[in-house]
Design a binder for this molecule. Structure first.
Ligand SMILES: Nc1nc2c(ncn2[C@@H]2O[C@H](COP(=O)(O)OP(=O)(O)O[C@H]3O[C@H](CO)[C@@H](O)[C@H](O)[C@@H]3O)[C@@H](O)[C@H]2O)c(=O)[nH]1
Ligand SMILES: [Mg+2]
Length: 229
């Protein structure tokens, strides 16, 4: 008996060794075997599959995947005041891999509760938990694979207006999950400068900020009012 395969693992999951066996979308791929390596918090698998190369020959490949579910994130913007609302929290994986203190500035967001949860529902929940804002309309921006060679995660990106009237709760994250999240309101120009200076190093945050000035709520953002250029 293996937890996560025939008995529930600590998150109630079974059948974790079946992912991918049913895939038929690509005739050049035949999944042969799926082995569960770990299912503690996230799920690690190794999958053996036959792959037909461009020249027609078949080869057998083995690939490990890190499956942490899917995620959703949102850019909270105030178009009139030209500000964004970001979070700052400790991220051990970044800290252990060279970030000076592991305190990352990010757009709010998180993981979907399960495969059936709509990312828009998840992102609304995460925004309230992390920032205390209950937002109105949310605009879907795009869905992205953040590390497609090894991590299964697909992140859904959104944008929503925030302001004094959308503040309904305290925010700061869930104590019971050990979250301790600082809320950071920044002029969008300052956030863009923080990408250049290396103070913002989270990819989802960079994608949303750059989208916002290219074709989102801050498109055509000019030089700061009142400054000569
Ligand atoms: N016990 C335990 N808790 C964990 C572990 N990994 C994460 N957690 C906790 O699980 C909660 C997840 O919080 P969310 O807000 O749902 O996710 P997130 O960590 O903010 O964001 C994730 O999704 C983003 C996509 O929007 C990703 O960009 C980000 O890297 C991360 O994976 C956090 O309290 C976190 O500390 C773990 O290995 N063990
Ligand atoms: Mg989060």
């Amino acid at each position: 008996m293996t937890a996560g395969v025939d008995t529930p693992d600590r998150r109630g999951r079974t059948g974790l060794d079946r992912a991918g066996r049913e895939l038929t979308g690509n005739p050049r791929v035949e999944v042969r075997d799926v082995r569960l390596l770990s299912s503690h918090w996230y799920v690690e698998r190794t999958t053996t599959f036959d792959f037909q190369r461009a020249d027609g020959t078949w080869s057998t490949q083995e690939r490990e995947t890190h499956d942490r579910g899917n995620g959703a994130t949102v850019l909270l913007y105030d178009a009139a005041r030209e500000t964004v609302l970001l979070t700052r929290q400790f991220r051990f994986p970044a800290y252990v891999n060279g970030h000076p203190d592991g305190m990352l500035v990010e757009t709010p967001g998180g993981v979907l509760d399960d495969e059936d949860e709509h990312p828009e529902v998840a992102v609304r929940r995460e925004v309230v938990e992390e920032t205390g804002h209950t937002v109105g309309d949310v605009q879907h921006v795009f869905d992205m694979y953040m590390s497609p060679g090894s991590v299964t995660e697909r992140v859904s990106f959104y944008a929503a207006a925030y302001g004094p009237s959308t503040r309904t709760h305290a925010g700061g994250g869930l104590d019971e999950e050990g979250e301790d999240i600082e809320i950071l309101e920044l002029p969008v120009r300052r956030a863009l400068e923080m990408i250049r200076s290396g103070e913002i190093t989270d990819a989802k945050t960079v994608l949303l900020l750059q989208w916002a000035v290219l074709e989102g709520p801050f498109a055509g953002l000019g030089p700061k009012r009142g400054t000569a250029r």
